[in-house]
Design a protein around this ligand. Sequence first.
Ligand SMILES: Nc1ncnc2c1ncn2[C@@H]1O[C@H](COP(=O)(O)OP(=O)(O)OP(=O)(O)O)[C@@H](O)[C@H]1O
Ligand SMILES: [Mg+2]
Length: 334
Amino acid sequence: MELLSDLIDIADVKLVIELDDADKDPDGITSSFVFTDEIRQSADIILKRMSGDNGCGIFLKGNYGSGKSHFLSYLYLLLKNRLPLLEDHPGLKDRDFKAVKVSLVKYPASRSLEDILLSAFGHAAKVIDREKTFSEIVDRHTVLIIDELSEFLRSKPSPSSFYEDIRFLQFLGEFSFHNPLWIIASLQEWIEETGHISSSIFNRIKDRYPLRINLTSSHIEDIIDRRIIIKKPGAGESIKKIFFELKKYYPYLPLKYDDFKKTYPLHPFTVRFLSGLTPVFSQHRGVIHFVFSEAHRMLDRPADELITPDAIFDHFEERIREIPEYSPFARVAI
Ligand SMILES: Nc1ncnc2c1ncn2[C@@H]1O[C@H](COP(=O)(O)OP(=O)(O)OP(=O)(O)O)[C@@H](O)[C@H]1O
Ligand SMILES: [Mg+2]
């Protein structure tokens, strides 16, 4: 009898990437980085923007574990170490960027965003005139990479401190329109969902950060396939058999073999449920973590025993119980 471990290897990966990893293990970040279709397109759009004379505000949105920090760390190293990809963009060939990165998770939310970002630029003096201060700081093409922006805003201690940070973001976005400053900030939810924003401020933020990139579940499936679950040579035949056996039970399931193989050993229903269950994910417990640990648990099981949706309940039980909309289901399931 074939076991799951006969068909796959599970890559030994660091499940959560932090921006600091770009300093601690730059080669690890770049060599393990996978260009999914979404990443390729997004990187292309971002780099095109960076070849202009004026900057732009960019929001990168994705769920827990979707790869925001890995992408930002890669972009940082791309600019800092002038990786070959830069040479593919004609406008960037001779452009020497100042790249600064800030992971907001390291700072108490009581500190102002302006204060944190200024210190990241090594600016200690008091700001009298923002425009003047930032014109001095942005003395050449500058890219400011900010990780965990939405969590930071969400944990602001008071509406006024939240509003002050939003105003500052608005300033930065505006400033980027006529200066060579590119701001790339990661979010788990769109800014307007992090707290109360009046519609006029909302519209201004939207205008100042016109480039919005979303890492979707299709990108995550590619990461699972290409980075986490490594199919052994020759495993294709067995996976195909398992697929057609499954099709006997679900003849109307609109699923192609290639898609099944991509997320094997997940049952197709598990994949479907996971993409709609974003509220139960949390730091250290996203989709990648789920697949990684559940596949480990199944390694000694028969290869046709897929990871079924009930594993979602067990894995995320704590979160399911915490969330008021879901907790009644937890009581029924027990
Ligand atoms: N493009 C990619 N190439 C290779 N590995 C990736 C890629 N995207 C994500 N991963 C892997 O997925 C895992 C989660 O990535 P990461 O920590 O960057 O997610 P995140 O979106 O920042 O999550 P969080 O919201 O919890 O901070 C890591 O193991 C990371 O290496
Ligand atoms: Mg992250």
